[in-house]
Design a protein around this ligand. Structure first.
Ligand SMILES: [Zn+2]
Length: 340
């Protein structure tokens, strides 16, 4: 039985392709981070190898080996498998890893019927690596199945897209996540309610946050930053913009941290607007209703939606490599003043 939260249509499609024996040589599974791409990918690999009637059973030797990524017929390529010395210089999947994949895939399956290659975060393939992978996609051995994942399929070469069956995963419904947290993972009702909302469709985030409080605390810290800014002077705001722009240019992980911060902020302002419009039941930050009401009372709707639009514009400027300090200064100086 597939153990996937949400994405029923994708499970049905993959299951059906196994049942009918119409398995494609390449799949591309896309969706935002933590939405469940890796889980679906891993279980598809298990389903291809598992011989139990209820495949993927999750318990047989084959399923367990795939969980540990040590199955002889399943090959993993991801940022985590980049050799240590290459990892320091850049965060991408290089050509050597794809050459290794091409070698592995040229050997017939050892134990099962299929040779399965998982390429996680295919959007991190270097140009060379992507072109090398294309050769395999053009002439795949009959026994091979490649499963690629990416946050956004449109970043990948069109030739990669056209050779894969694409499954675009959507954010999972809040209620689906809440029920899974309670029923499958034994999370308390109140906590499941808050986490399911904060997850904004990202199942993986909800599960991690239910196991350790760190994820939720991180979100709280980002909001605390925003609240502090409401009453901050121009000089203090400039200092914060500078601090964030330094963080943004430091390395890829810090850069992602800034992007996540902006995501939390945009979520906050959307919630403020929802409260102003009389829809507090739709907010993400369900545990912050009193403060959201305070904001909604102090900030006119025009200013709140301006703040939200500015954050979205800043996110896209930063993606396009606009001077980060300038972009962040404009954003932060323009935030409405809110008395604590
Ligand atoms: Zn199994």
């Amino acid at each position: 039985m597939w153990r996937v939260i949400g994405h029923d249509w994708a499970v049905d499609l993959l299951d059906h392709s196994i049942e009918t024996g119409r398995i494609r040589h390449a799949y591309l599974i896309t969706g935002l981070s933590s939405v469940g791409k890796t889980t679906l990918t891993t279980q598809f690999a298990q389903a291809l190898h598992c011989a139990e009637p209820d495949a993927p059973c999750g318990n047989c030797r084959s399923c367990r080996l795939i969980d540990e990524m040590s199955h002889p017929d399943v090959h993993l390529v991801s940022l985590d498998t980049v050799p240590e010395q290459e990892r320091r210089t850049r965060r991408e999947i290089g050509i050597n890893q794809i050459r290794e994949l091409r070698h592995t895939i040229s050997l017939k399956p050892y134990a099962g019927k299929w040779k399965v290659c998982l390429i996680l975060e295919a959007n991190r393939l270097s140009e060379e690596a992507a072109n090398c992978l294309l050769k395999t996609l053009e002439e795949p051995p009959s026994y091979s199945v490649l499963i690629l994942t990416a946050v956004d399929g449109n970043i990948l070469l069109p030739t990669i897209n056209s050779r894969c069956q694409r499954l675009d995963l959507r954010p999972v419904a809040t209620e689906t996540i809440r029920q899974a947290l309670v029923k499958t993972y034994g999370v308390e009702e109140d906590q499941a309610h808050v986490l399911a909302h904060l997850a904004v469709g990202r199942v993986g985030w909800a599960l991690r946050a239910s196991r350790d409080g760190e994820h939720r605390q991180e979100h709280q810290r980002r909001l605390a930053h925003l609240w502090k800014m409401g009453g901050a002077s121009r000089v203090e705001r400039m200092a914060l913009a500078q601090e964030l722009s330094q963080q943004f240019t430091k390395d890829i992980e810090e850069r992602e941290g800034v992007q996540e911060l902006l995501e939390s902020w945009s979520c906050w302002w959307r919630d403020v607007l929802l409260v102003k419009e009389g829809c507090p039941n739709l907010v993400v930050n369900v545990d912050q209703l009193p403060r959201l009401r305070e904001y909604a009372g102090q900030v006119p709707a025009g200013q709140a939606s301006h703040a939200l639009n500015s954050i979205r514009a800043t996110q896209s400027y930063l993606d396009q490599n606009v001077n980060p300090r300038l972009a962040l200064e404009v954003l932060i100086l323009g935030f409405p003043t809110v008395k604590a």
